[in-house]
Design a protein around this ligand. Structure first.
Ligand SMILES: NC(=O)c1ccc[n+]([C@@H]2O[C@H](COP(=O)([O-])OP(=O)(O)OC[C@H]3O[C@@H](n4cnc5c(N)ncnc54)[C@H](O)[C@@H]3O)[C@@H](O)[C@H]2O)c1
Length: 323
């Protein structure tokens, strides 16, 4: 019997960094992705079993794992679910995008969990489940979830079926709610968009929204440290709330205006920045929020980079990536 950890969405930005970290721990890994946004090249230096498929296609994924089981007997000890639609605007235009890639992938993976009697399920949720709280510090326990995007709604629906599965068959779950994560290999996000725009037009940077949106940014390795720390804790939760962790830096964030200025400084110093009029970048965008992260900090986690440092480091790294 060979023990494996399965990572769904393994070829994406955060998934590929998580795979690299888990691989360094000497774990056997099964990586699953449909390469709609990620790519296998992000895992070039990793020894793992690769399954390329749409995760929402339960039968295909089940048969792939059964085939694998025929050649070597596998025991999946943990599933990390990071597959999702990452384009909030696309999901606003067509709800099927988030329904299929964010919610149906969760259902499919939970059925896999049940079939193979996998005890543990780790889910990359999002601060988007909370909705627009403005300046009020959002806690895991006291804040009602009122998402304002289909992306956030399908993350929250996913959380709900994961909790229901815990009642029925899952032993150990972790729900990670985090804001914007930055670093490489970037597949989307504000810095990635700004650098791509500046490559096309080095003279002008058009910004969605008026630039006053203020958000927290977490460096990808800080996020992975936090998630692995939680996964390693023995789960003694008596209340469902104990399975949820806000993860974010302990600062008031950085504005889109500051990010735009930092990006042109490194990519195209003479570019003119042209802002939109709306305080919101797009429909479903939460322009400002404040996050309470005392629960994850009580486990001993602390970010290495604050929002400003995480953004600056990522501008430099993403510029190099997109060369
Ligand atoms: N990056 C952030 O700022 C951020 C913030 C909060 C939450 N999250 C969540 O973290 C997770 C990882 O985000 P990311 O930034 O790495 O995004 P990403 O788009 O780089 O990675 C997602 C991966 O899932 C794959 N995928 C999507 N739909 C699929 C499907 N139907 N079947 C198989 N594979 C599929 C994509 O090809 C991609 O490789 C996502 O669940 C995302 O919602 C990300």
């Amino acid at each position: 019997m060979h023990k494996f950890v399965l990572i769904a969405g393994s070829c994406g930005f955060i998934g590929s960094r998580l795979v690299q970290r888990l691989s360094k721990k000497g774990l056997n890994l099964i990586c699953v992705d449909n390469c709609s946004n990620g790519k296998w090249e992000n895992l070039l230096d990793v020894d793992c079993i690769k399954i390329e498929c749409d995760i929402s296609d339960y039968s295909y994924l089940l048969n792939s794992l059964k085939d694998l089981n025929k050649t070597k007997e596998i025991k999946i000890s943990e599933i990390w679910h990071l597959a999702a639609n990452s384009d909030i605007q696309k999901g606003t235009e067509d709800i099927n995008v988030d329904f299929a890639n964010t919610f149906e992938t969760t259902l499919s993976l939970l059925k896999i969990t049940k079939f193979f009697e996998v005890p543990a399920f780790r889910f990359a949720s999002s601060s988007a489940v909370y909705g627009d709280y403005k300046d009020k510090a959002i806690t895991e326990k006291d804040s009602i979830c009122r998402p304002i995007s289909n992306y956030g709604a399908m993350k929250l629906a996913s959380e709900a079926v994961i909790f229901a599965s815990k009642e029925a068959f899952l032993k150990d779950i972790s729900i990670f709610r985090f804001p914007n994560v930055v670093g490489t290999p970037a597949t989307h996000g504000v810095i990635f968009d700004f650098i791509n725009k500046l490559k096309l037009n080095p003279d002008k940077l058009f910004v969605l929204g008026n630039g006053t949106q203020r958000k927290q940014y977490l460096y990808v390795e800080d996020l992975i440290d936090a998630m692995i720390l939680v996964a390693n804790q023995k789960n003694n939760a008596n209340y469902f709330d104990d399975d949820i962790y806000n993860i974010g830096p302990n600062d008031s964030g950085i504005t889109v205006k500051e990010i735009a200025e930092m990006t042109i400084k490194y990519q195209s110093p003479n570019a003119q920045i042209i802002y939109g009029l709306d305080p919101q970048g797009w429909v479903g965008d939460v322009p400002k929020f404040s996050y309470n992260t005392s629960k994850i900090r009580s486990l001993g986690w602390k970010e290495v980079f604050n929002s400003h440092q995480a953004v600056e480091k990522s501008v430099i790294e993403i510029k190099e990536q997109l060369k």
